[in-house]
Design a protein. Structure first.
Length: 293
């Protein structure tokens, strides 16, 4: 019985063993518009919904670096009702969702599985949205024309035109104004084209706990003057403003090159090999039992 138990434990261990080996992730710093690491190039471009007075369509914006990547959108210099107030001045020199929704497009020379972002700076709040373009639909789209995947479209239409919501992530910053690393993409989605921006509800999906935006005010009455008996004789209203809009600068992204499974011709794939090994061990267990009867 002890031998049979040992064989069963070996079988369990084989099934529990991972079918792949871990690969150290590569980090691409986003301190300039084009960066190459480990033979993979990434090109950055800035985008925001600033077309027309309705501000529903997306067009290119301006990348800013210091420290990390921020965005200045085209409504920063416009006049009239469509002006994005305070755009390009602090804290709106960052990737923000105050009046417009800014996002950075990362176009890679190879498909990658991003797993981490690093925020170099943030203020007020640091919720972000991450999208990845469908790998199967990106054939024929190059780094040079990656902008065609977003240009002229609305954020609401992206998920119906090849883009997949990777997730909305709350509080990606820790200490305000300090660099922070944050894990993303638990589903291991692979893509050559990624959008990373301040929390963007226009792309749909569930926001989840802690993901929010907007400016709210609360009014609290406080005593301004007391008499000798410590009784309040004069009250005043104190207005407190809470800014939950998101302002972040992207320092880097990390991930691994996507390697699709390619079993060799005439060679049994690893999962199949494990299955055959399991059947052989199971047969050995049955044979030993018959011998013992």
């Amino acid at each position: 019985m002890r031998k049979n138990t040992n064989i069963a434990l070996m079988l369990a261990a084989l099934w529990a063993a991972p079918a792949f080996s871990a690969i150290d992730p590569t980090t691409w710093t986003t301190s300039q518009s084009s960066v190459t690491q480990a033979g993979i190039n990434v090109q950055l471009s800035a985008w925001s919904n600033t077309v027309g007075t309705a501000n529903t369509q997306i067009e290119s914006a301006y990348l800013q670096f210091w420290p990390g990547a921020g965005i200045k959108n085209k409504d920063a210099t416009s006049t009239g009702a469509d002006r994005d107030t305070n755009e390009a001045s602090s804290p709106e020199h960052a990737i923000d969702n105050d009046q417009r929704f800014d996002m950075i497009l990362l176009s890679f020379s190879d498909a990658v599985v991003l797993s981490q972002i690093d925020v170099s700076w943030w203020e007020h709040d640091a919720d972000i949205t991450v999208l990845a373009f469908d790998l199967g639909l990106s054939q024929g789209v190059t780094q040079a024309n990656g902008g065609s995947l977003v240009n002229g479209k609305s954020y609401g239409a992206l998920t119906g035109n090849g883009w997949n919501l990777v997730g909305h992530y709350a509080n990606t910053g820790a200490q305000e104004f300090a660099a922070t690393s944050y894990q993303i993409n638990s589903g291991n989605i692979a893509s050559s084209f990624w959008l990373i921006g301040a929390y963007n509800p226009l792309v749909g999906g569930s926001a989840g706990e802690g993901v929010d935006l907007g400016v709210s005010t609360t009014t609290v009455k406080t005593c301004e003057k007391y008499n000798k008996r410590n009784e309040c004789t004069k009250w005043k209203d104190v207005v407190t403003t809470v800014n939950k809009n998101d302002y972040v600068k992207l320092a880097s992204v990390s991930g691994t090159k996507y390697e699709p499974p390619k079993p060799s011709a005439g060679q049994v794939s690893e999962p199949a090999s494990l299955a055959l090994t399991g059947l052989a061990l199971a047969g050995m267990i049955g044979l030993r039992r018959r011998k013992q009867v």
